[in-house]
Design a protein around this ligand. Structure first.
Ligand code: SF4
Length: 261
């Protein structure tokens, strides 16, 4: 029997990354599913993604959406997301955040990428691979599939160092490779990351990653074994480090070791 937070029901790039970064935070976030505050950056990122989804779905359906259509979809999603999860704006103003996202989305709409001639084969494509050489099902949602290429959008605050980014997204890209290969029966193309940089003058940067190689596939497989075995043994312990800066479970974490966490 499984529960909504059962970590062995399936694995995803997000679950793997969370587990491998800090098992205690993974336990709070993915197993207990404790609520985490929605930051302004997260809110902007989600709403921009919703605008991109509206654009690509319309194009996939053979429509010709205008910029006002997509900006309206963005604004409606922004409000709907706020209703679902309250945003902790802190010192930031809602209007500034809304405007930042709109400016960023507009930059994409005015970029060459919007007229990419490759056919769209999926938008927010939910993919699931049943256990084979992997120990439990693998799932993932790919933002956009053009031809047989997975494309992922990242909304970021500053210009990324592309070599670092390719390294830090290895798990996600290997996951998409395995999912897409399974779904299509074809060898996926080189994955692409598209950065939407939320600077005052926003930038759009397309980064094509190297092909997934056999070593990455083997690393992925071994890490999935670590994930399954660690969860079977319920090994949830803190791993203090730089990532604690963005963790909202610090007070709970502090109690670990004194009382049952
Ligand atoms: S504060 Fe750090 S060590 Fe503790 S749960 Fe969060 S990420 Fe893990």
């Amino acid at each position: 029997m499984t529960t909504p937070g059962d970590p062995l029901e399936y694995m995803s790039a997000s679950r793997l990354k969370s587990f491998l970064t800090c098992r205690l935070r993974f336990f709070y976030e993915k197993v207990l599913q404790l609520p985490t505050p929605t930051t302004p950056n997260l809110q902007i990122g989600k709403a921009v993604h919703a605008g991109l989804e509206a654009l690509h779905k319309a194009k996939w359906a053979g429509e010709l959406p205008t910029t006002p259509d997509i900006l309206q979809a963005y604004q409606e999603s922004y409000s709907a997301l706020e209703e679902q999860d309250a945003v902790d704006y802190g010192q930031k103003s809602r209007e500034d955040c809304l405007e930042t996202g709109e400016r960023t989305l507009r930059a994409y709409l005015e970029s060459d990428l919007v007229t990419d001639p490759r056919p769209i084969r999926g938008v927010e494509a939910y993919l699931r691979r049943e256990p084979d050489e992997l120990p439990i099902p693998l799932v993932g949602v790919v933002d956009l599939v053009r031809d047989n290429t997975p494309i992922d959008f990242k909304t970021v605050g500053s210009t990324p160092d592309l070599r670092e980014e390719a390294w830090s997204h290895e798990l996600q890209m290997t996951c998409y490779f395995l999912l897409l290969a399974d779904a299509t029966g074809e060898l996926p193309g080189q994955a692409e990351l598209v950065y939407l940089v939320k600077t005052k003058t926003p930038k759009v940067i397309r980064h094509q990653l190297p092909s997934v190689d056999l070593i990455q596939l083997e690393r992925f497989k071994r890490l999935t074994d670590v994930y399954v075995e660690g969860n079977q043994r319920q090994e949830y312990f803190p791993s203090p480090g730089m990532h604690c800066r963005w963790c909202s479970f610090r007070s709970r974490c502090r109690a670990w070791g004194k009382v049952a966490a």
